[in-house]
Ligand binder design. Structure first.
Ligand SMILES: Nc1ncnc2c1ncn2[C@@H]1O[C@H](COP(=O)(O)OP(=O)(O)OP(=O)(O)O)[C@@H](O)[C@H]1O
Ligand SMILES: [Mg+2]
Length: 357
């Protein structure tokens, strides 16, 4: 049995140190997790690779000193570029023939994917709860609103088309209609959507979205760029709903680019380890990625966690429903939506959608 090969093949990072806390083994998963090669790590002190007060260093020290295993369900390690990765830590002593602790080994498991999935589930639950509340509220508001609309119409007729007061009744009608539209959108979020999923050409769909937004892009000095994978197979989706998704995403991108820039629409068959394949009920199906990338303001870190919340907006005229609706629609497609953003540089929103076959 070649144990080195077994360790190399493990998805978890395995690192061993000698009794001086000098690194003697560093498997491939450790290379991936830390973005540091075994060649550059082995032979160095672990506190040179991680900071001296890092949990992993402390836990290995304790294991060497006591001969006992240590574990931490939730900790972090810092990569060379300062990025922090959530990990779980388990250490164990390695003893020689005489029973003395000669070395220690630590297993680090990358938790970022699990965290991402948890966030996804939580987001779904928040939206569902908000949706249920919205249905109750909408029913309560719609009836009195209907009565107001009727009364205002009567009033308008009564005062005649030439009255100065007509201006006021017009405002009332417009505003009542606006509230009604908001309620409709909210109900949209809450109702189970009846998807009419058929095989679709994603590029034709994106072209329609581009056409709808051509004027808006020109006004802002934004150049639309297409990076389509020409061999992309048809996807399985509801045309109207997906138009709504990409229209919302393109509008958000344009809103973020007040001073021009490039808006890129790209497509490809997904190789993403998390969302690249999904189970649609009858086995695994490959997914397609459709990405809307802008060079706009980016999303500040403090705001990022809330952008999918219904009614969260940073815009004067925004409703804050765009992204929650997108999320809802992609969920119905058994797809996913992922946002990456760098403040001051731009944002990239990726939609994962199933292939037709
Ligand atoms: N491409 C983007 N660049 C920068 N910020 C964005 C981008 N997309 C979304 N956001 C942020 O997320 C918030 C929520 O977006 P969402 O589309 O849900 O609502 P909205 O655009 O504010 O209003 P609505 O879409 O209902 O008109 C926005 O107000 C904005 O702060
Ligand atoms: Mg929006």
């Amino acid at each position: 049995m070649n144990f080195e090969a077994v360790l190399a093949g493990l998805p978890d990072a395995v690192i061993a140190v000698d009794s001086d806390l000098r690194i003697i083994f560093w498997n491939s998963a450790a290379e991936v997790l830390t973005e540091r090669s075994a060649r550059r790590a082995e032979g160095r002190y672990i506190k040179e690779v991680f900071s001296p007060d890092a949990s992993v260093v402390r836990r290995l020290g304790e294991t060497l000193a006591t001969g006992e295993s240590r574990s931490e369900a939730e900790s972090v390690i810092e990569r060379a570029d300062g990025r922090r990765v959530p990990v779980s830590i388990i250490t164990a002593p390695l003893c020689g023939r005489d029973g003395q602790v000669e070395a220690a080994v630590v297993v680090l498991r990358d938790l970022s994917r699990i965290h991402q999935l948890e966030a996804e589930v939580r987001r779904g639950e928040t939206l569902a709860a908000a949706g249920r509340m919205a249905v109750g509220l909408a029913h309560e508001v719609r009836n009195p609103l209907g009565a107001i609309r009727g009364a205002v119409q009567l009033l308008g007729r009564e005062i005649g088309p030439d009255s100065r007061l007509r201006e006021y009744t017009d405002v009332l009608l417009t505003e009542v209609d606006r509230v009604n539209r908001i309620i409709e959108m909210l109900l949209d979020l809450a109702r189970p959507i009846q998807l009419r999923a058929v095989p679709l050409n994603l590029h034709q769909l994106l072209e329609r979205v581009t056409l709808l937004n051509e004027e808006g892009a020109r006004e802002r000095g934004v150049t639309m760029i297409r990076r389509y994978d020409p061999s992309l197979p048809p996807i399985l989706g509801d045309e109207d709903r997906l138009l709504q998704v990409f229209h919302n995403l393109v509008r958000n991108a344009l809103d973020a680019m007040g001073r021009g820039g490039r808006l890129t629409l790209s497509t490809r068959v997904s190789l993403n380890p998390l969302f690249g394949k999904m189970d649609l009920g009858a086995g695994q199906r490959s997914m397609v990625e459709a990405q809307v990338t802008d060079e706009g303001t980016g999303i500040p870190a403090g705001v990022r966690a809330r952008i999918f919340d219904p009614f969260f907006t940073t815009k004067d005229k925004g409703l804050g429903l765009g992204l929650s609706i997108c999320h809802r629609i992609l969920e119905e497609h058994r797809g996913a939506i992922q946002v990456e953003s760098a403040e001051g540089r731009g944002t990239s929103v990726t939609c994962f959608l199933p292939l037709a076959k």
